[in-house]
Design a binder for this molecule. Structure first.
Ligand SMILES: C[S@@+](CC[C@H](N)C(=O)[O-])C[C@H]1O[C@@H](n2cnc3c(N)ncnc32)[C@H](O)[C@@H]1O
Length: 270
């Protein structure tokens, strides 16, 4: 069952963090890149999975739960889809609404808990997509996937890309900070989160009646705007990392973190 205390604490945290978060995420440079080339809103392997199933998104109904920075939402709308953007944080949705208005895009913004998606009707979406940093805030993945399945049309597709669970036991320089099987909850003053394993995510999908189609385990790409190894603060402050340091960070023999995949993409169908 969704736990209201967890959801409300995380919602308050995202509402207060939203402005600082989006100062970087909605920078002119990044938004310009996405409007010029909507594929920039997606990790490359995930984009290929999306494109192979939806070569033409015009007129398709797409839902993006826990939409956060709205990159995918904007990209789907630019590609002609009819998009519903859901998030628990009204501030994140309001910022998305402002951005959509600036770009002249018609998008529906709906406040909804991803574990319930209660304002959304059954069996209306061709595609449900979730991006990185979604599962970590949710205490009940089976509830999330029952509702993803509920809102998909028969034959509809769910695609996710998130941080690979194999990253979760490690801190900086591969210091082990927790056991893989310790999924949380982890609570601090501001928020409560979880470190779900591959089995927690895949079993929640299967138990909800979603049929597994494909999985990719991917490495960070050098041209990614916000590399996994750079803090958001450094990214916001435009910290310039010397090219030789960037090369070092992407070489697994010099940076063992690169020996494990950073991202996981899963495709399934109702
Ligand atoms: C890290 S973002 C993920 C989206 C996007 N990939 C991004 O990087 O911005 C996390 C988002 O999940 C939202 N969120 C947290 N808990 C939620 C819940 N229970 N239901 C819906 N959204 C939730 C937060 O408000 C935030 O906008």
């Amino acid at each position: 069952m969704p736990d209201n205390r967890i959801t409300e604490k995380n919602q308050a945290n995202w509402d207060s963090y939203s402005a600082a978060y989006l100062r970087f995420k909605h920078s002119e440079k990044i938004i310009h890149e996405i409007t010029q080339d909507p594929s920039r809103a997606f990790e490359k392997g995930t984009w290929q999975q999306l494109r192979s199933r939806f070569p033409d998104l015009r007129g398709k109904r797409v839902c993006v739960p826990s939409s956060g920075d709205q990159y995918a939402v904007i990209a789907f709308a630019l590609l002609g889809a009819e998009v519903t953007s859901c998030d628990i944080s009204q501030n994140q949705l309001d910022a998305g609404q402002r951005l959509a208005r600036e770009l002249g895009l018609e998008i529906s913004f709906v406040q909804a808990d991803t574990m319930e998606l209660s304002p959304l009707p059954n069996a209306v979406f061709d595609l449900v997509y979730t991006s990185n940093g979604v599962h970590v805030w949710l205490n009940d993945l089976p509830a999330m996937y029952r509702n993803v399945q509920r809102i998909l049309k028969p034959g509809g597709v769910y695609i996710m890309c998130d941080i690979h669970p194999f990253q979760r036991p490690f801190g900086e320089k591969l210091t082990v900070v927790k056991d893989y099987d310790n999924v949380g909850p982890f609570e601090d003053e501001y928020c409560i989160n979880f470190a779900w394993r591959v089995q927690d995510i895949l079993n929640a999908m299967a138990d909800a009646g979603l049929r597994f189609e494909h999985m990719e385990e991917m490495h960070d790409q050098k041209d990614y705007d916000y590399p996994f190894w750079l803090s958001l603060e450094d990214a916001v402050n435009g910290v310039v990392v010397p090219p030789e340091e960037v090369d070092r960070m992407y070489d697994w023999q010099q940076n063992p973190e690169m020996a494990l995949p950073q991202w996981m993409c899963v495709v399934c169908r109702k």
